[in-house]
Design a protein around this ligand. Sequence first.
Ligand code: MTE
Ligand code: MO
Length: 394
Amino acid sequence: MPGITGPSDYSKEPIRHNSLQINSKEPFNAEPQRSALISSYLTPADLFYKRNHGPIPIVDDIEKYSVSISGLIENPKQLFMEDIRKLPKYNVTSTLQCAGNRRTAMSKTKTVKGVGWGVSAIGNAVWGGAKLTDVLELVGIPKLTNTTKYGGKYVEFVSIDQCKEENGGPYKASITLSQATNPEADVLLAYEMNGEPLNRDHGFPLRVVVPGVIGARSVKWLEAINIIAEECQGFFVQKDYKMFPPSVNWENINWSSRRPQMDFPVQCVICSLEDTTTITPGKVSISGYAASGGGRGIERVDVSVDGGKTWMEASRFQKSDIPYTADDDGNCDKWAWVLFEVTAEIQQSTEIIAKAVDSAGNVQPEKVEDVWNLRGILNTSWHRIQVHVNDSNS
Ligand SMILES: Nc1nc2c(c(=O)[nH]1)N[C@H]1C(S)=C(S)[C@@H](COP(=O)(O)O)O[C@H]1N2
Ligand SMILES: [Mo]
């Protein structure tokens, strides 16, 4: 084995922060409290949501750890950590969001299948590592390639964790070769998160980060890269993480009728208040995160404190803890979330709503019912908070 192993049981899991809300113990799936998300622009690694499908792999010998690159190419190669570290290092600030974020709220409309998540299956980090474009050049694939000489059109990432959905096989995903070889897509083989070496939960020693795309494609504990003709045939690409219309149920589902979800849609959540909150009348601070996929930054966030009759525009806050920027223009928002804030006077019980608009003018769906799907993915409906005001006379 090449310096890394995927255990078959959960006896060697890392130690986790005790404030995480655990949604499933084995495999370990957990999210921070929503208030933790807005206390810093960059989410600390120990509080960052953890989404796993098997036991966490173990690096036995980092010197022996390598990633093989093969498939429809001329010169397959095995790369060691030192080969990857020799390439130019990029720091990309990117939000990672699980497609299942806010699934629990969607399941209230009608049952859905999948791990229940609140609003915190999302985090924002600076990922440090080599660009995939530079790595692929080492095996003779130039930048901006759609097809290799041998018909390679997709890049498949293979891990080493043992997943039940794959009958004990590893987690896999793929992206197009054109995205993989586009330097502006900023796809990374990352070995750092927020300036520290990746920790085990987040993919030590090396993970893929595909900015602007649902978290499922950012394969952790990378073991192999295959250049292939068709997209990855693994479970998580073909039979999971696809968006179906509300009419599809478990009897009539046809998995091959849909494409795997890639970019995530525009999303926004209020994190300063729980979904149901009791307050005393007066000023209330409403803050949270907004993010969109595909490199579409956030244009604005609208907040209503009267159930959607009138709206005000929120302002951005807390950019000061960014140690790095995504590009030379200081454009940090391309792949990253925006934290927003507005203060409102609230005198009576009401519904507070937040919704975001991305740089392409895309908006969020008003009702969760309209985007309900049996796998409970992509709940990006308007985020609503029920506020009860204490009656001071009673
Ligand atoms: N090897 C491997 N990579 C994986 C997964 C996994 O279970 N195994 N889960 C994916 C999913 S669904 C998400 S949302 C992200 C979560 O990354 P995080 O745990 O670092 O937050 O990793 C992705 N990469
Ligand atoms: Mo996910």
